[in-house]
Each structure stands twice: as structure tokens, then as C-alpha cells.
Write a protein that binds this ligand. Structure first.
Ligand code: MRU
Length: 341
């Protein structure tokens, strides 16, 4: 199955509109800075690594016909500020924008747009290479016939490459065979139901959709060999922010003695944070909970709480798979493991 998730060509940025999946596969042009901001905010483009890639290309899009290097620098810095305000939790966004800022600070007199485009392209290519390495390492933690649970969407749609956790599972099915993936629907935005099922079907990986509250009874009812998730930000001690519901799933896995694996590139690791307490958690509109996709679930005026992410304590994480290899818990020192560059 081949599909374009994001493409920047001849100065034009196109992205698969993930809010229309699985019903329609529509590649939309993000032709202005405003369109890129809007796409990230509304989850047309989502998943930590993909947000970073889209923002990097977004800086290039924002420059448009800018005529001079000074004007380009000013406009580029404004784009960086605005894109940084789109979503707070995935650190890949800030990591990618920091790289673009460094280029803006040192723009060549000629060919400055090409220099920015090269940096955005490098971020995209590095992500693809990291995904491939993580898939290789992660498959070593699977066995033929494994029955696993995953949460949210962590496939090619989330990274523009092979994916993180789902990339491992897709590679595992291709290499080992016999996998069965239970997919959390992932309320309130249904990334599991809408996106992960679509990607698993496209890659011929057998799967079953479950509600977010079914993992415990599933682990009690039949053998589940492991749980696989991605991450939006990992603190230096391994505390992991990921899609809301991940923390509960990790507790359930620990109770049932099921290994809980996090798969994320080093660009998702925030070494500035010693632990997960300081990770900013995005609060999204209450309407996503009370009126999902326009269907009213509760009486008018019902209050709803909508944190988009939660933080799983490192002690519940069996191992973290990055492009550098497999780090085993329950204690992590990501500064030592990754900080040396
Ligand atoms: O709100 P989203 O859909 O951007 O959240 C995505 C997730 O939480 C993923 O699990 C995470 O980005 C890791 S996948 C590469």
C-alpha cells in the first residue's frame, strides 16, 4: 500500500487530509502559513514527527515570494513563532523549528530559500531513516504469532516515514507473520478507529478494533503478548507523554504482566526536562468530547474535560525503542543514552 502523507515539491506543500480518512483520501495543498497552522491545529496533519516535518516545510511556504534576505529572515522568524503556537505537547515541533531558526539566523546572501528547503527536506529524510531503524530494533521484541494492543495512530500517517510503534508492527507482520493487532479506538478523535485500522488493512496486518476501555478484559480473556505505543515527548528519565489513554493502558498492562513498549525517535526526547511533570499537556475543545464529529452525546450545557495527552511514568515502560537501539527499564537515563549526540 502506497500513499503520500506529505510532499514538498517546487515550492508547494501537499498533505493527506487525515480528518477525511478513512472515507476519503484527499491530498490538500497547504499554500500559505495560515493553511499550515490550521492543518496542524485541526489534526489534518498530526502525529509528533509529522507535525515537525510539516512545520519545517511551513516556514518555507511562509516565505512565498519574499524578495530580500532580510525580509525572508523577518517573515521566517514570524512563521517559526506562529507555528510554535499551534500545538504544545509534541516536542518534535519545537525541535524542527529550532533547526529552521538556526538556518534563518545564518541565511546565505544567495539561495536562502533553497537552504531552508534543504533543511526541511533533511528533517523529513532523517525521520524516514529513524523510522526504518526503529522498525528493525523493535521487531526484535516481537515473535511470530504475537497478539498485541496499540493506541492512537503511530503509522506512516504519523511520521511521513514508516511510523513508530505501528511501523514496528507492520514490519513484524512482514518479517515474522501471524501478528494480530488490537486497535484502541482512541477517543475523542478516533485516531485508532479511523487511521490505524485503515493503515493496518492497507498493509495486510490482521486487526480488531476495541473501545479504549476494553484492554483490561481483553488481557484477562486471552493471551496478549505486548502493548505498543508512540510518544509525543519523553523526559530524560523516560516519563512519556502520549495520546490520552496511554497511561491507563500502561497501568493495565503492568497489572497483567504484559510488556509495554514505547517507540520514538530521539527528536521526541526532551533532555531539558528531568521528568514528566513539566511536559505541557494540550487541552482541546470540550466539544470534541461532548459532540464528537457533530454527534451530540450529552445534554446541552454538559461540561467536558479534554486533555489530548497524558504522561506514563517511566517505571511502567518495559523498554523504549529509538533509532539508536532498545533501552530497557524500569530506570532510564536518556541523557546518557542519547545526549552524546
Ligand atoms: O493528537 P495526535 O493525533 O497528533 O497525537 C498523536 C499521538 O499521540 C501519537 O501516539 C504520537 O504522536 C506518537 S506517533 C509518531
Amino acid at each position: 500500500m502506497a500513499y503520500t502523507v506529505i510532499r514538498y515539491e517546487n515550492g508547494r506543500l501537499h498533505a493527506l487530509d487525515q480528518t477525511q480518512l478513512p472515507w476519503k483520501s484527499v491530498l490538500v495543498e497547504l499554500g500559505t502559513l495560515e493553511a499550515v497552522e490550521q492543518a496542524i491545529r485541526t489534526l489534518q496533519v498530526r502525529g509528533a514527527p509529522l507535525i515537525g516535518i510539516a512545520a519545517a516545510y511551513g516556514v518555507c511556504v511562509a516565505l512565498g515570494e519574499t524578495a530580500t534576505r532580510d525580509a525572508a529572515r523577518t517573515r521566517g522568524e514570524e512563521a517559526v513563532r506562529r507555528l510554535a503556537a499551534t500545538r504544545p505537547t509534541a516536542v518534535n515541533l519545537f525541535w524542527a523549528l529550532d533547526r529552521m531558526s538556526a538556518v534563518l539566523a545564518d541565511l546565505p546572501a544567495r539561495g536562502w530559500l533553497a537552504r531552508l528547503e534543504a533543511e526541511a527536506g533533511a528533517i523529513h529524510q532523517e525521520t524516514e531513516a529513524q523510522d526504518a531503524a526503529m522498525a528493525e530494533y523493535g521487531v526484535g521484541l516481537l515473535a511470530a504469532g504475537a497478539r498485541v494492543i496499540t493506541h492512537c495512530n503511530t503509522g506512516p500517517l504519523a511520521t511521513g516515514g514508516r511510523g513508530t510503534a505501528l511501523g514496528v508492527l507492520i514490519a513484524g507482520q512482514a518479517k515474522l507473520g501471524g501478528l494480530h493487532v488490537y486497535v484502541d479506538e482512541t477517543r475523542p478523535r478516533w485516531q485508532g478507529a479511523h487511521l490505524t485500522t485503515w493503515e493496518l488493512a492497507g498493509h495486510d496486518v490482521p486487526h480488531t478494533l476495541i473501545c479504549d476501555n476494553m484492554a483490561a478484559i481483553l488481557m484477562r480473556s486471552e493471551p496478549i503478548h505486548s502493548v505498543w505505543v508512540g510518544a509525543d515527548r519523553i523526559a530524560a528519565n523516560g516519563d512519556t507523554a502520549n495520546k490520552i489513554g496511554t497511561y491507563g493502558l500502561a497501568i493495565v498492562a503492568r497489572h497483567h504482566g504484559v510488556p509495554f513498549y514505547v517507540v520514538a525517535p530521539s527528536s521526541t526526547v526532551d533532555l531539558a526536562l528531568a521528568d514528566g511533570v513539566g511536559i505541557p499537556i494540550e487541552q482541546r475543545a470540550p466539544a470534541e468530547v461532548a459532540t464528537p464529529e457533530g454527534h451530540r452525546l450529552a445534554p446541552d450545557g454538559t461540561a467536558a474535560w479534554n486533555p489530548a495527552f497524558d504522561v506514563t511514568p517511566a517505571e511502567l515502560v518495559t523498554a523504549i525503542v529509538t533509532e539508536r537501539g532498545v533501552l530497557r527499564g524500569p530506570r532510564y537515563d536518556l541523557r546518557a543514552a542519547l545526549g552524546a549526540g
